[in-house]
Design a protein. Sequence first.
Length: 257
Amino acid sequence: MNCPAPAVRRACGPGSAASAADAAVTLREVGGTTIEHVGGFLGRLDPGGRSEVLQLGHQRRYRRGARIIVEGDRSDTVFVVLEGRVKVTNDTPEGREIVLSVLGPGNLVGEFEALDGTDDPRTASNVALEPVECRMIPAVEFLAFLEACPRRPMAVLQEIVHRLRAADRRRSAATSLDTGHRLAAFLLEMHDDHRRTGSEATAIDVPLTQEELASLIAASRDSVVRALSWLRRQGLVTTERRRIVVRDLAGLRRYAG
């Protein structure tokens, strides 16, 4: 099936929304920027859809620590992450930051406010964990892009369902598993979503502090430190500053259950 657009006809075939939850593609688009093996929303679009969405809006770079979206603001801009990692956070009334998830290349940021069509404030902040490049798309353009092809909304839905399932797994783990097993499960999630592969080991280079890691798995910083120490002694991981390397992926999966 083809989806017509003004002056151009863009294909909208079975590949528009990939059936695999973690579909990956090689993308070489956006003014010379190269994004390899991207997943998320972009990975679920067909090549024509990816090319089109990356021409919407404009490119924007954020330094590490910059707030891409601020909780409580009233805006409906949608961001497509091209490079770097973003943490999604809430602030408690006491001023404590709770880290909800980590997003990376191919993921959407801020799509809820564009989709629900209300003037409700943003429900979470999105902060750059490292230098981030993204496509900044006005809601009206993003919605027009989705409406141009019936398979495109399914790509958004699959992206949201994938995140909800991950959040459900973490909530369930917080009530049924000890910190070591919760940490192992989360490291596997990070491996699957953000890995950088090598010949002997797999680096999880999401730049999280121990406090942020503890927040993500609903644990204390001290218990995370102890759990990482145990995983190192078992030869499952090694750690560096804001970097964890999985040395025995099969062993980590067995331990996580």
